[in-house]
Design a protein around this ligand. Sequence first.
Ligand code: OGA
Ligand code: NI
Length: 297
Amino acid sequence: MDVPIVDLSNPNEDLVARAVVKASEEWGIFQVVNHGIPPELIRRLKEVGTKFFELPETEKEAVAKPEDSVDVEGYRTKYQKDLEGRNAWVDHLFHRIWPPSRVSYRFWPKLPMDYREVNEDYAKHLKKLSEKIMEWLSEGLGLRREALIEGLGGETVEYLMKINYYPPCPDQDLVIGAPDHTDVNGITFLVANEALGLQAFKDNHWIDVKYTTSGIIVIVGDQFHRMSNGKYMSAKHRATMDKEKTRISWPVFVESSLDHKFAPLRELITGEDNAPKFKPYVYKDFKFRKLKKLPLD
Ligand code: OGA
Ligand code: NI
């Protein structure tokens, strides 16, 4: 059993759209290939991010998350424990890449020199791909193609880049890179370096996600699970660390702005059989409650 792969270059768009919808219903995680983002751009994205993490610690501190910041942007090292008490640790960098009004270049690395150009280019390409997939997913709900984008906030939807840097770890029993979770946002697009480690939980098993060099992993998050009134799965996933290799991944989280209120899409709530399964939430409250492990209904 493998995570579905959808080839977006298939000229039969209906077929492609249906494969994306099916994968989102059954898995909530899938890989897209021949997605239109140039492989060379993806290679460069990984190159500039890797070079940043290889800089001396003092250089990286230039874009550190400020102590008093209530936002996620910036570079930091994080230690955490998973449910079984295993230590998890990872360095990461967060910065928004879209919309331009929400971009703070102070959190974008100055080095390597082409970091900014490559990330801006990636943002433009990824936004196109993301909107295409959101349109297919809206149609898969029997709705207008703009339905999910609008429900997420339309023009105010944000794209948040994260780079996860997992150093090699000889003891696999002790350390896990990212404990199991579902993503809190609408939908996530992830690329990673050659060290495998992403796993998805399906039918009570952890399954290794085998991505190709320029394939993109798509993960449906909590917001789309709720906005689709439960039709789309938010995939439970985690990241393990490699014994010898450094693993780096670049998820981009597509999400509402913090003050946006989201809920099961109104057009879906028709008749008695389709009562809303979830309460509306302002996104920042939803994020906060999830982070604090408070009940969410
Ligand atoms: C995440 C995540 C997985 C990975 O950052 O939300 O799921 O492969 N990362 O690094
Ligand atoms: Ni995740």
